[in-house]
Design a binder for this molecule. Sequence first.
Ligand code: BGC
Length: 756
Amino acid sequence: MKQKYKILPLLILIFAVYKMTGQKTIPEVESLLSKMTLEEKIGQLNLLTPGGGIATGSVVSENVEAKIRAGQVGGLFGVSGPEKVRQAQEIAIKNSRLKIPLLIGSDIIHGYKTTYPIPLGVAASWNMELIENAAKMAAKEATADGINWNFSPMVDISRDARWGRISEGSGEDPYLGSAIATAMVKGYQGDDLSISHTMMATVKHLALYGAVEAGRDYNSVDMSKVKMYNQYLPPYQAAVNAGVGSAMTSFNDIDGIPATGNKWLITDLLRKQWGFKGFVVSDYTSVNEMIAHGSGDLQAVSAQSLNAGLDMDMVGEGFLTTLKKSVQEGKVTEEAITIACRRILTAKYELGLLDDPYRYSDTSRPAKDILTAENRLAARKIATQSFVLLKNENNVLPLQKDAKIALVGPLANDKNNMLGTWAPTGDPQLSIPVLEGLKNVAPKAKISFAKGANITNDTELAKRANVFGLRVDIDTRTPEAMLSEALKNSKHADVIVAVVGEASEFAGEAASRTDISIPQSQKKLINALVDTGKPVVLVLFSGRPLTISEEFNLPVSILQVWNPGVEAGNAIADVLFGDYNPSGKLTASWPRNVGQIPIYHSMKNTGRPAPTHQFEKFKSNYLDSEISPLFPFGYGLSYTSFEYSELAVNKDKFKQGESINVSVRVKNTGDYDGEEVVQLYLKDQVRSITPPVRQLKGFQKIFLKKGASKTVTLTLSADDLKFYNSELKFVAEPGKFKVFVGGNSNAEMSADFELE
Ligand code: BGC
């Protein structure tokens, strides 16, 4: 009887909170909250890093241990290993008054220790099952090492290859981006966050970060709402719909208000319109950076951010040092702090931390779960599927396994640049260089190696790209000496394989470039190799689309491999020798030149559309360049060929609430078994806001044995025809539509239908 009376007030409180805020109310959380002082609540909103990891802002946390003891820390990042995480939790559990465990965060962007390709590469697989499994593997490894919260997926749409962080996302398209966001959240979180091998995901960077002006990192964004809703916001919303546990705000401003202090963004859109129930964390010191944006002093920007709906302050300690004063001065309410604190505690509850703070501190796990042979094999498979065959001159590829190969290039025998940007938890020294991979897969091949050129001879560029460790080593030999060694080796070869492109840190955060071509030092090498008259295969590394018109016009084959991760060399060899037939398709258009940027397939027609390959005065075009990209979205070749026929829709007219089937026959007409990504693009012929010329609305990756064919059916629902109109209502307007189906966004075969 007594017990009943004790919990009754708590139950009443829970009901009242739920009624007032609509927040999730959990007895354990409410019981904690009822005991907390204002200072302790503010403490939970503070995220620190004791250092050791990558510090991207100007502030680094100090006196972390003392702050945990004092109940001034809600979470840490940059700490890993079950023992270290246990130690950190012990400080909180044994020394802080309320014994609240810590969130342990990390940036696991493309694999934990088993690094797989950069996200832009993984996206090129168009394989959602593979992507989900990759995230699952990352979660298993990271949680084995004590981490329970991941700062991924990064779902920022980007149509600007100058922006270095295009490497961290899925490319230019909201439909594909949404599918990938969903797969990643599912992979990281599973069905139950409290299971010890799942971790909480963070959708980032809310919002529009990929549209920074001129591709310059951290720059401003100015965008119409219609464009935002139709083109840039869907992947964030998809992650929310998939149940993502947290969201991270972006560095940029939106409509003149920094995202971190933007109430419309965090409260109206994310929480009210999309129904997000998790918590929102700032980016690294992005609260403090609002001072530089011009929004006020630390107290003002901290209050603005909390009032906007931000729950957790990453590293900057603006919340910790000013919120109490703001409560006293009536600038924020204690209620707002309680609400934010409730969200953080709820996440801890969902992760099972309130139940067992040491859930992720099992010392037996790392040896069992991290960098296992099985995981390395998975990383190799993901990498092979991420590669995009851009050109196969005279069908030189695949190579014979007993060929005489002159392996050349600054990235051919290099461990530093295999993992790619934002792989701080991976170890570059564990990666397989290309030379080693070729030898592993084709032991009978006769392979010579010469570096041939430096990644760049621009020492300033190399220095700037070296911030996260020595990644761009410049050889002390003269360029001539390096080149002549490469040419000498090439003389006796059947084929030259040149491994060229960008160093890892030529892309990534704070790595925007105005020139995205292959560096001069390597261009010289490539031209000299072509002059030998031998067949040349370029294995091209990059964290972004590059401008490679010059190389494309040379008689070379080109395999785009991004940064393939820890199994780089093996995966590249698998594809070069034909053990795996390339199936990757680009998820961002490759411009012919920087002047075409931004460039993307779902552009508008304009009132004066230009013919694709010729110039016409007074049309929407350039005097000095074609308007089409060098490689369109969705493009990628295979060692075999696919023929599309019999495109049909199962009805000419359909109604709201119904769906329509689009079917097509695909035949493998070449000499190899292979996979193809069948893509469906929609054109809305007439609508109340000008439509894109076409938009991706469906895809399916299929496998066909040589000579085999298959009918692929893709279903479009009336919802797939919806868009945000000028009142931001999500509507499908009756009228005529066209579908295009094929192997890339230039697909020509089409069918018509009407929505009544
Ligand atoms: C990046 C985030 C990252 C954070 C923490 C920031 O600079 O923008 O993506 O999660 O640092 O490492």
